[in-house]
Design a protein around this ligand. Sequence first.
Ligand SMILES: [Zn+2]
Length: 201
Amino acid sequence: MMNLNSPLFDRIRSKPNAEEVRAEQEPVCQHPACRRKGEFRAPKGRDHEGEFYLFCLEHVKEYNQSYNYFAGMTDAAVQSYQKDALTGHRPTWNISVTGAGLGAESKVDAATLLRAKLERLRRAREAAAAEARVRPVGKAALKALEALGLDETADKALVRRRFKELAKRLHPDLNEGDRSREEKLRAIIDAYNYLKTVGLA
Ligand SMILES: [Zn+2]
């Protein structure tokens, strides 16, 4: 009869089975509920440079499409990143993939997304700058802007943002019928409506 306590048997028993060995060599896609092979690396994102998720082809594509490198970055940070990119900065999150052929595709996706995004930012800034340069601001408009605590350099987005901010702060529900605040709120609404009629909000 076989001696179950022999060192030889211990060794056999502690050896991982075939499935475990395969799981170790072939990581599974990290998309929840997906059991395909995780063959493709995808960057975890800013502040996690050099770290990757492993996905199957379908999920690395999905991930790349929704990947937003700039989420949560301030405009200034995006700008300095953009400047960097122009002077030869190489993003560290280029996806390198173990599979041939199809891997190149996911690399292009991320680079293309980034380029498109930078281009949109650049155009938006140019448009805002052009608007600020040529826009004639009449006395009444200037007064309305001042009522919102702004000057003639404010663009539409800023006017809207400021109006919402002030309207929220001065809302009667928050101020228990404070007369002076009600009047201020009315003045701000008038100013905002005026700016809308002249295309400044
Ligand atoms: Zn998957």
